[in-house]
Design a binder for this molecule. Structure first.
Ligand code: SF4
Length: 337
């Protein structure tokens, strides 16, 4: 949407909320707005704003967990993915949204990281993912996670604005506690997020607490030391009402040893947090492998020393081998043949 100058006839907050409720809350794609927005204002809105949507060019349902992966195309041909995930409560869904086309963080285990960054998404492109998927959904979208393509904090302003629209009672009507933003650990943005006091949940994708290993696994994020990261997260944990989540991508023989638990203890001991374990989902034939059951159990046993909740998470879409960024990656390689 473009900015409009309404000169002497600017929208009041109530009118702006009505516009938002009409376009995002009710999903209507015209400017015939609800009473009592004046006819003259309807005309001005029509003259000054354009309503654009991303185009859905592919969608795949995972026969196992029934998650649906959507591939969108923007006007400049940027490919963007989002996933609809069924929740345990029947008729309720969570969406995993993308914040960028590709990603600049180059995480070593991630398909999107290998695409590189094409560009930041604009707020309306994030909202469009939500809007389009909701139109196809029988049921309610009751949660959103920013864990699709891209590093959300690398596109901070657009992501926060999208979260505000999604949580607005006039917009997406999603409880702000059910909106989660994940970051590989961009320290300045974590500090800003803490200072601004946003109500959304925060996940820090830690995956290793040892600096040298983080430099290999999460190269861009390791621009800050584990010490600096831990201090910023600790400050957030002390100010926030919600437990901060440390996400750990489990990789066979890489980050499941006692050295990691020792480093975790050194940096994060006593912090109000929980640890989410998730199996690596590397698409490459010779890529990182998942830890087997005994390696995982052993690591969980070691982690208990930290006395924080440990939750095992499952990545969706596994039976279609559709890891984060993979649909876009497949489409890109098809296009380049
Ligand atoms: S894991 Fe996330 S931050 Fe890292 S490269 Fe992939 S999309 Fe980017």
């Amino acid at each position: 949407m473009s900015q409009a100058n309404f000169e002497d006839e600017s929208l009041s907050l109530a009118q702006a909320n009505r516009v938002l409720a009409h376009l995002v809350g009710d999903g209507k794609l015209d400017f015939t707005l609800r009473h009592p927005i004046r006819k003259s204002m309807q005309q001005k809105l029509g003259d000054h704003f354009s309503l654009d949507l991303l185009k859905i060019i592919d969608q795949i349902e995972d026969p196992g967990d029934k998650s649906v992966r959507f591939l969108f195309e923007a006007q400049d041909k940027t490919l963007i993915e989002a996933v609809r995930i069924p929740l345990l409560k029947p008729g309720h869904f969570s969406l995993c949204l993308s914040s960028q086309g590709g990603c600049a963080m180059a995480c070593d285990f991630c398909a999107t990281g290998r695409l590189g960054l094409k560009r930041h998404l604009q707020t309306w492109e994030i909202i469009s993912q939500f809007w389009q998927i909701r139109e196809q959904t029988i049921g309610r979208i009751s949660g959103v996670v920013f864990m699709g393509q891209g590093e959300p904090f690398h596109n901070y302003d657009a992501v926060i604005k999208a979260a505000q629209i999604l949580s607005s009672p006039s917009g997406g009507r999603i409880n702000s506690k059910n909106i989660t933003i994940s970051t590989v650990g961009l320290v300045p943005q974590i500090k800003r997020f803490t200072k601004e006091g946003h109500p959304y949940r925060l996940i820090i994708s830690l995956t290793s607490a040892i600096q040298e290993k983080r430099a290999k696994l999460l190269p861009a994020a390791s621009a800050w030391s584990v010490d600096e990261l831990a201090l910023a997260v600790r400050d957030y944990a002390e100010h926030g009402k919600e437990l901060v989540t440390l996400a750990w991508v489990l990789i066979k023989g890489v980050n499941t040893g006692a050295d990691e638990v020792k480093a975790l203890k050194e940096h994060f001991d006593g912090m109000k947090c929980k640890i989410n374990l998730i199996d690596v989902n590397d698409a490459r034939p010779n890529g990182y492998e998942r830890a087997d059951e005994s390696e995982r159990k052993n690591f969980i046993g070691l982690l208990k020393e930290l006395k924080v909740p440990i939750v095992r998470r499952y990545s969706v879409g596994n039976s279609r081998h559709s890891a984060c960024g993979m649909l876009a990656g497949m489409r890109l390689s098809e296009l380049s043949i």
